[in-house]
Ligand binder design. Structure first.
Ligand code: HEC
Length: 117
């Protein structure tokens, strides 16, 4: 009887640790990725993204204007230079950002997005 209770306690504790490890994305989030998770590693890119891209591409790169706007694996389709070219020139309903972002801004965005594979 006693050992069963202990085992159950240990199990609950293990589940709690696992759950909290998954919960690093913060309150209100079920543990899924959001671009804010990359703020420490790519502060400029995430800030630029939130201002210029998030409305269409979503807070988790999931894309909000059709499947073509899903950037969650964009790095497996385009390298850094190709991403810069798309951002500079625009594509389909995506506007050009050549008058909005500096070369450094586009470099920062593309360096980050090209890691999404
Ligand atoms: C007005 C909505 C809109 C905004 C704002 C926007 N995009 Fe897009 N973007 C799209 C759409 C729609 C596509 C897919 C275009 C197509 O059909 O080829 C796309 C495609 C892309 C692609 C190519 C995806 C692929 O897999 O081929 C990249 C990279 C990209 N966007 C980056 C950005 C970045 C970085 C920003 C911010 C600087 C941005 N976009 C802002 C709508 C937008």
């Amino acid at each position: 009887m006693r050992s069963k209770t202990l085992a159950r306690l240990a199990c609950t504790a293990a589940a709690f640790i696992l759950l909290s490890a998954c919960g690093t994305a913060g309150p209100g989030n079920s543990g899924g990725y959001t671009v804010a998770d990359d703020t420490a590693a790519y502060p400029d890119a995430v800030a630029l993204y939130e201002t210029n891209c998030l409305t269409c591409h979503g807070n988790a790169l999931q894309g909000r204007v059709g499947s073509e706007s899903d950037l969650s694996q964009v790095g497996s389709r385009h390298d850094k230079d190709a991403i810069i070219a798309i951002v500079r020139d625009g594509r389909d309903i995506m506007p050009t950002f050549k008058d909005v972002l500096s070369d450094e801004d586009m470099q920062a965005l593309a360096a980050w997005l090209s890691t999404k594979k």
